[in-house]
Write a protein of this length. Sequence first.
Length: 414
Amino acid sequence: MGRTKGTGCVGRKKTGRGFYRGYWTDDRGRRHWLAAKSRAELERRVLSALTDQHNGLCTDSAKETVGEYLGRWLSETEGTTGRSTWVRYEEVLRLHAVPHIGHLQVRANLIPALKKMQKAVVAPKSEGGHGVSYGTLDQVRAALHKAFEDARRDGTIDRAFNPMDAVDDLIDRSPKKEPAAVSDETVQSILAVARDVQPRWFPLYALLAMTGMDLGTALALRRSDLDLPHGQLRVVKSVRRIRGQTETTEAKREQRHRPVFLDDALLLILANHLDALELEAVVASAEGRPWPVATADLVFPRTDGGQQLGTSVTNHYWQRVLAAAGLPARAVRLKDFRTTVVTVLFEEQYEEALIQKIVGHAVGTKVTRRNYLAARDALQRRAMTAVRTRLLPGSSLPAEPTPLSRRPALSDDA
């Protein structure tokens, strides 16, 4: 009578090297040999392998290392997520995760090694660490959590446990830099200067300042994305610099195809801008410099009709506007408009879910408050005035403050 598939056999004698040998048979009839120093240990390993197979675990991953799995995972996920996201996953895993845990078996207890890896990633280079920021560590954690979550689902590791869930995040104890929100007066003065000194790029600055749109998303807009009669546009693509190359990719999932509603003033600015672009294209064609067909319908093209780069806007055109406004170089960044829009909407007491939809964040994420909400000076002053009004009403205040020079001096006994 033949042996039933899925059963195992444990040797009764030690091998020549002092180990007990045994095997277990998978559902396809293939034998998997194991060895252990004691019969009890060998029985435990055979039983564990059979249990894993019964529970649906991928038995072929028993000897697969973390580095091998991560390489396989990156190959399988390429094309299923945003291009820039996948490239960043590959970079942080290759540079920071694989050197520390790549040699370990993926089904081993990885928790101690993951904790040690975290400390090494943020440790200074003088101490043998990688010397990167806590923000980069967050990206390493996110990539590993995603990879191990997929491994848990497909049975490469225990289906009931993601090892990253047991690894506490390190606390960044360095002083936090508050998100930079620009005052209303500064935005107004900058846009007024931009209208005069750079009329061609003023519509771009106005769009960023009034909608909080990302620069890469704005530069990827095409005329087919605009619906001026209905006062809105739709986000479809985004321009990114990926490994030194300019690529137009799908916008992030939360932003893709979302409507952006435009104010009447902004609609007029964009309509006039499109009319000016048509005139530019006609003049260029008459002079023998026709615009490229592939980029001819961009809303914010280069002067030759090509794809405009974000670095050119931020490093050249925008710096000239700041200089004309009397502001230091890089005193205000274009990305600060996004923080300003979020802060203004919070100040006006709009619902957080609505704000997240406006700026293209996933509803319920903590990113909006953590990275884009700033406590502007004017808002803090109003808040403290409200506290004083409640706790020290106006009737309790002195009619006129006493100057320091007229205040009685304290006696030595006081």
